[in-house]
Design a protein around this ligand. Structure first.
Ligand SMILES: C[S@@+](CC[C@H](N)C(=O)[O-])C[C@H]1O[C@@H](n2cnc3c(N)ncnc32)[C@H](O)[C@@H]1O
Length: 387
């Protein structure tokens, strides 16, 4: 068992390394790293500050972020900001592949902290002209304005507004082209309970992007928001490739939907991380992209699990409707190596193939066996391969 887990971990890290090897750090990240480090000084104390803030979030999940404390702000800038920026960038690229950002020229980040999600989104889509950062904390908004200003182009503008989500009223003339962003906010201080009020007060808001920690509790709570957004007239664009019930909520009591993204590290990262008990081999995040505009989508399949290596078989969880389903294949029987067909969590491919007709296994874990033509078809239509 231990050996199997170890093999699995090695495979996963190899996949990450392979993936990262082909990816370049977006130039906007480099500019942001300079701005972050100009506001926070890496010292012997930094790792302790990171642990203190991390423990605060674990011990008091309902409490507000302590941004009046300079040590907490420094931990955010030097540690949490780079993580969240990469997470948001990774999954925003998936939304960009679907044309999600078309026509959206204003970005309003709510509970912006230091603006990590704004930078991640701008790295995936540079077409936002006006950026607005809102938060309850004035201390953090002053920092966020400076960091985002330093990172954007001359054609883009940035404004800040100190406001509580509950009373936030967006400009109604801008709302039809606005994307409202929540990153690691709804989990804090019961902000999720205020989302319905925010949506009612801003009926013309066109688009929403929500990012939450990839924990069982936060991930499942986020997926349960799909129906709230649908009731307010939104269509879910990603990660879900369909508008039916979430199979992980409907057919499992434990699973939660989350993606895995590469981590673009600043040059101080490895030193800081070496002093911390937490290591991030890869980053995970739960997310939703929703718009009033309906997606023009062909039937597609989202990979929602890492590959599971079971003796001679590889199994991976997929999502294409309300049922909890898997695909599986036997590399040696097909004359291929496991790495010849390395679908990653989060990949999306077309479902126009004839492979979903002979399910095996129990109802809540139906499994479809892939043959070589099916594998070739998936590789050909995988959106990630078309980058
Ligand atoms: C965990 S931090 C996340 C910061 C940033 N969005 C990120 O992804 O790194 C949560 C942020 O939400 C803000 N916040 C919490 N509750 C809020 C509310 N009800 N209205 C507006 N902002 C809120 C906090 O001040 C804090 O900056």
């Amino acid at each position: 068992m231990l050996l199997r887990n170890l093999c699995f971990l090695v495979e996963e890290i190899m996949a990450q390394v392979k993936n990262q090897g082909t990816l370049k750090t977006p130039p906007i990240f480099e500019r942001t790293f300079q701005a972050l480090v100009s506001h926070g000084t890496l010292s012997k104390q930094t790792a302790a500050n990171v642990m203190k803030l991390s423990n605060h979030y674990v011990a008091k999940p309902d409490a507000k972020s302590p941004w009046t404390e300079p040590e907490a702000r420094e931990a955010l800038l030097l540690y949490f900001h780079p993580l969240n920026q990469s997470r948001v960038y990774g999954v925003s690229q998936r939304a960009a592949q679907l044309g999600f950002f078309t026509g959206l020229t204003k970005l309003t980040e709510i509970g912006a902290g230091s603006g990590a999600a704004t930078i991640g989104l701008l790295a995936a889509h540079s077409g936002f002209e006006a950026i607005e950062l809102t938060d309850i904390s004035k201390e953090i908004l002053d920092l966020a304005r400076d960091i985002v200003k330093h990172s954007i182009s001359e054609k883009q503008t940035v404004a800040v507004r100190q406001s509580e989500l509950q009373s936030l009223k967006l400009s109604s003339s801008d709302s039809p082209k606005t994307l409202a962003v929540f990153s690691y906010v709804l989990t804090e201080g019961r902000a999720i309970e205020k989302l319905g009020h925010f949506l009612k007060s801003n009926p013309d808001l066109e688009a929403l992007a929500i990012f939450e920690p990839a924990t069982q509790e936060d991930g499942r709570r986020l997926q349960s928001l799909r129906s709230v957004l649908q009731d307010h007239g939104y269509s879910i664009w990603a990660p879900c490739p369909h508008a039916e019930a979430c199979p992980l909520l409907a057919e499992s009591d434990r699973d939660w939907c989350h993606d895995r993204t590469p981590h673009f590290k600043p040059d101080w990262w490895d030193k800081l991380e070496s002093e911390l008990p937490i290591k991030n081999a890869s980053l995970t995040v739960s997310y939703l992209f929703a718009r009033k505009l309906k997606p023009l989508r062909e039937p597609s399949v989202r990979v929602i699990g890492d590959p599971l290596f079971e003796k001679t078989k590889v199994r991976q969880m997929i999502c294409r409707g309300p049922h909890r389903e898997f695909m599986s294949w036997f590399p040696s029987r097909l004359g291929i190596k496991p790495e010849d067909f390395d679908l990653a969590r989060g990949d999306l491919f077309k479902s126009s193939l004839d492979i979903f007709k002979d399910p095996r296994g129990a109802d809540r874990s139906r499994e479809y066996r892939l043959d070589l033509p099916a594998i070739q078809e998936i590789q050909k239509t995988n959106l990630t391969n078309s980058d």
